[in-house]
Design a protein around this ligand. Structure first.
Ligand SMILES: *Cc1c(COP(=O)(O)O)cnc(C)c1O
Length: 414
């Protein structure tokens, strides 16, 4: 999505300098074309099979991003009542929504049941009981899949690994058959499928394949016990190229997983988040100051960890490149934000041409878990979001103002 034209960085047909001038910085910029082609790669990978691509909305919940995916036929994987609200408001068909999460509250379960979502991905027996009781009260049937923890190592950062035996997610593998037997006996519960999600930013097919083998083994055991599943959901987690990773394509993922389920005639669900929005987004910042402290160069920019926390939280690497290439001297520098935390950096020890104050830097591959994880820490209003469509530039979320910072606060006395 990003390419230099005469030393100026473009997203589709729009110069990023133009975006920065028009909307200010920091600003997230998304490529509509890339977003859609990423979605289509998943849809096409499962061609010929009954399938549903449920975009994991937590990666990026911007209304326009959701709208564009809906228009392509996408379903949604949600993790909260708030994400359900956003998904419905954007127009996702309830029957294409799956709901994961280990702590769904009664209010959230009621909301999802009243809405008529496709299914709950259930992560504990207490949650199952809660869903059954709400369903009974509302005189509804709740379709469920257990999220089973297949105990495979996704070989990713420990904070985004979810499928080992030690993670808080899902039903332990060895307890899954008993869980299904219990669920099959409960009225108001429809046992629809099986779900697993082993982690995020996974860059080989092996863990997906290993998980599939274990899930298929379970499915066959359940079939033998007269519990027939209509949905197999292998979750999300496919990685993208941030630095030098060579992640599998959705097609390669399918080829590693689908053949494992030989006799299965139901519907496959996948829940990609990062692989759909990650490389469709770039985070634009302006250089405020340069300084050298104790022999180290710092480029201080107007974007910070409140806008993009991935470098700090996950030790994540994002390429940082100038919006205008110059002939200035190249140095090693830390690109840091203005927040009062040593952890406030976008990139460490980067080789960059010394930028002039006011010039722009682009932080690549920030469409996923960028804006979605942003906060107002240090009372910094959230960044604006812009979508590029060919030569069109559309503001899809305005920058938060000082008034926005205090809009929901009330005086706590009298
Ligand atoms: C976060 C999450 C996803 C999406 O993960 P990505 O790595 O962004 O593809 C899918 N399913 C579940 C249950 C999740 O929690």
């Amino acid at each position: 999505m990003l390419a230099y034209r005469k030393n100026e960085l473009y997203c589709e047909n729009v110069s990023l300098e133009t975006v920065a001038r028009r909307f200010g910085t920091p600003v997230y910029v998304y490529s509509r074309a890339r977003l859609i082609s990423n979605y289509k790669a998943f849809d096409a990978a499962f061609e010929g099979l009954p399938h549903l691509v449920c975009y994991a909305t937590k990666a990026n919940t911007n209304y326009t991003v959701l709208r564009e995916l809906i228009l392509q036929g996408s379903g949604a994987d949600i993790t909260s009542g708030g994400e359900l609200y956003r998904s419905l408001r954007a127009g996702f068909e309830p029957k294409k929504i799956v709901y994961a999460g280990i702590g769904k509250t009664i209010a959230e379960i009621e909301y999802a049941l009243a809405t008529g979502i496709l299914m709950f991905n259930v992560e504990s027996m207490e949650e199952l009981a809660a869903i059954a009781s709400v369903a009974k009260r509302l005189k509804k049937t709740a379709s469920i899949a257990f999220r089973v923890n297949p105990d495979v190592d996704a070989k990713t950062h420990r904070y985004i690994s979810t499928g080992t035996g030690k993670a808080k997610f899902g039903i332990p593998y060895d307890e899954a058959v008993a869980a299904y037997r219990t669920a099959a006996k409960i009225t108001h519960i429809d046992v629809a499928g099986i779900h697993c999600h082993i982690g995020s930013q996974i860059t080989t097919v092996k863990p997906f394949h290993n998980a599939a083998v274990k899930i298929e083994k379970l499915r066959l055991q359940l079939q033998a016990a007269n519990i027939t599943l209509r949905y197999v959901n292998m979750g999300g987690g496919l990685g993208i190229r941030y630095q030098n990773e060579v992640p599998p394509t959705p097609r390669e993922l399918r080829d590693a997983v689908v053949p494992v389920f030989k006799g299965f005639t139901g519907t496959f669900i996948c829940e990609p988040g990062r692989a759909i929005v990650g490389n469709a987004g770039v985070f634009l910042v302006s250089v405020v100051y340069r300084k050298n402290s104790a022999g180290k160069n710092y480029f201080i920019v107007d974007g910070a960890m409140n806008d993009l926390i991935r470098p700090t939280l996950y030790e994540a690497y994002h390429d940082i490149v100038p919006v205008k290439k110059t002939a200035a001297r190249q140095v090693q520098a830390d690109v840091v934000g203005p927040i009062c935390e040593t952890g406030d950096f976008l990139g460490l020890d980067r080789t960059l041409a010394v930028p002039e104050p006011g010039s722009r830097l682009a932080v690549a591959c920030t469409g996923a878990y960028g804006m979605a994880m942003s906060s107002q820490y240090n009372s910094r209003g959230r960044a604006a979001e812009v979508m590029i469509d060919g030569s069109r530039i559309v503001l899809i979320r305005r920058r938060e103002t000082y008034a926005d910072l205090v809009a929901v606060e009330r005086l706590g006395r009298e």
